[in-house]
Design a protein around this ligand. Structure first.
Ligand code: NAD
Length: 495
């Protein structure tokens, strides 16, 4: 079955389409068990189409296909250079169809078309980057004594399970499949049941690129069924998960209860941005706004807790509120030419974010700007800034995953480091100061996998990304991601 729609919007005119079945063993199939699931356009609050969702049985079929592909046409059978060429080809094809992919992503997520386009460019760049690594995965030779030596091989795991969320659907998909395929693994991928369209469209690119059947399988479905089956499957040797900390715990439990599969987790956050008196005000406001409002706050590393030193406090609030006011004027139709702020992903998320806003209000925090929905259609929430915030409020302690910033005033460096680290999360942080010694000192003192100094949100493909504390296990991106998808074998040789 095929979904097809013609769009005539200010930023995209043309058709978007994708298959709606499960992509298993290089073919589009109907689920053995399972059924149909509605896919929404959150900007309109309307169903766009229905797609298949699978079951435990479908996961099992996909795992068998992936096992066969691993043994016969991928894994140790396909040289790195060949795997690299497939990834490069996939990047080329994605770039060829980039605008259609971006339009499909916008339709399914409500994010501005300009943002979706950037996500698609980044997705293609990631595939190309890992295509470049595929023939550069090398071990070491270790001399042990005069008659013996040993060498290491970085071998793939075999069949990998990958489960991803809805906030940056195709980008997350590319971040997962790029390094896994480059290192020789085969994949059973579950996109978010809410945002499967671009992942499904990618299935056709895999076929067009000539990727051997079974190397990449895409099984759409719910977390409790398809996700759970992947997490428990005895023939999946490794699982890579991105999503909430709550689900991350379930993935680890499933691994412990099944076959001790290796688990890597990219989870939630409650990241601090710290602004010192000597920060460059204009630049800081630009980065801090992006940090919290980009993608409508639906970003794991969003800078949600903003600590501002007392000397710059008033000027910062004034400028930051102005930035949010401008963004509010650019809110609306995701396909609009000037739109920079779109819809939240779903009614559930909309209600959740609004309930956090209400909890902030009733706890005594002051709404500087926003704090309400935008328009009557879809799930738009205005960029929201809270001041008068106390460190024990719910809006400061829990991940909101929406466009809601909480601002806390501070006096001294030691005090702010303590407050910033007072969270179970440790994904990212931002430090804004013109004093380079302080910048480095504070960046090192904060408990986070990524520290941005005088910038935010700049995720580079070549730089590892991942969480401290309950924000995750393992590092994606860069050369580090190759370690996620390989296991080291030591070969001892007696000459
Ligand atoms: P979620 O945990 O609800 O779902 C993520 C994925 O897991 C989905 O595909 C879902 O179907 C699946 N899932 C749900 N229950 C499952 C189960 N019992 N077993 C197996 N799979 C299951 O998260 P979400 O709401 O889709 O995404 C938002 C969360 O993701 C936020 O907490 C955010 O911080 C996090 N996130 C983290 C990163 C990162 O890189 N650290 C990136 C993006 C999003």
């Amino acid at each position: 079955d095929v979904f097809k729609l013609t769009l005539d919007t200010p930023t995209y005119k043309g058709t978007v389409s994708c298959k709606t079945g499960l992509y298993i063993n290089g073919e589009w199939v109907k689920p053995v068990e399972g059924g149909k699931i509605d896919v929404m356009n959150p900007a309109k609050g309307q169903v766009i189409t229905t797609v298949s969702h699978g079951s435990e049985k479908d996961v099992d079929i996909a795992v068998k296909a992936a096992q066969k592909a691993y043994k016969t046409s991928w894994g140790l059978q396909a040289p790195g250079s060949a795997r690299g060429q497939y990834l490069t080809k996939l990047a080329d094809l994605l770039e060829r169809d980039l605008l259609e992919f971006a339009a499909l992503e916008t339709l399914n997520t409500g994010k501005p078309f300009s943002v979706a386009r950037e996500d698609m460019f980044a997705s293609a760049a990631i595939l190309r980057y890992y295509g470049g690594w595929a023939d550069k995965i090398q071990g070491k030779t270790i001399e042990t004594n005069e008659t013996k030596f040993a060498y290491t091989r970085h071998e793939p795991y075999g069949v990998i399970g990958q489960i991803i969320p809805w906030n940056v659907p195709l980008l997350m998909f590319a971040m997962k499949i790029g390094p896994a395929l480059a290192t020789g693994n085969t994949i059973v991928m579950k996109p978010s049941e809410m945002t499967p369209l671009t992942a499904l469209k990618f299935g056709d690119l895999a076929t067009e690129a000539g990727l051997p059947p079974g190397v990449l399988n895409i099984v759409n479905g719910y977390g409790q069924t398809v996700g759970n089956a992947i997490a428990h499957h005895p023939d999946i040797r490794k699982i890579a998960f991105t999503g909430s900390t709550l689900t991350g715990r379930k993935i680890q439990e499933a691994s412990a209860k099944s076959n001790l599969k290796v688990v890597s987790l990219e989870l939630g956050g409650k990241s601090p941005s710290i602004i010192f008196d000597d920060a460059n005000l204009e630049q800081t406001i630009k980065w801090v706004s992006l940090g919290i409002f980009r993608n409508m706050g639906q970003v794991c590393f969003a800078g949600t807790r903003i600590f501002v030193q007392e000397g710059i406090y008033d000027a910062f609030i004034k400028g930051f509120t102005e930035a949010a006011r401008v963004l509010a004027t650019q809110t609306g139709d995701p396909f609009g030419e000037k739109t920079a702020h779109g819809s939240q992903i779903s009614k559930t998320q909309f209600d959740r974010v609004m309930s956090y806003i209400e909890s902030g209000k009733s706890a005594g925090a002051k709404v500087e700007i926003g704090g309400e929905r935008h328009g009557n259609e879809g799930y738009f929430i205005k960029p929201t800034i809270f001041t008068n915030v106390k460190p024990d409020m719910k809006i400061v302690r829990e991940e909101i995953f929406g466009p809601v910033a909480s601002i806390i005033k501070f006096k001294a460096e030691e005090e702010v480091i303590e407050m910033a680290n007072d969270t179970s999360y440790g994904l990212a942080c931002g430090v804004f100061t013109e004093n380079s010694s302080r910048a480095v000192r504070v960046a090192h003192a904060l408990e986070a996998g990524t520290a941005w100094v005088n910038c935010y949100t700049t995720v580079e493909i070549s730089v590892p990304f991942g969480g401290f504390k309950e924000s995750g296990i393992g590092r994606e991106l860069g050369e580090y991601a190759l370690e996620l998808y390989t296991q080291v074998k030591s070969v001892h040789v007696n000459i």
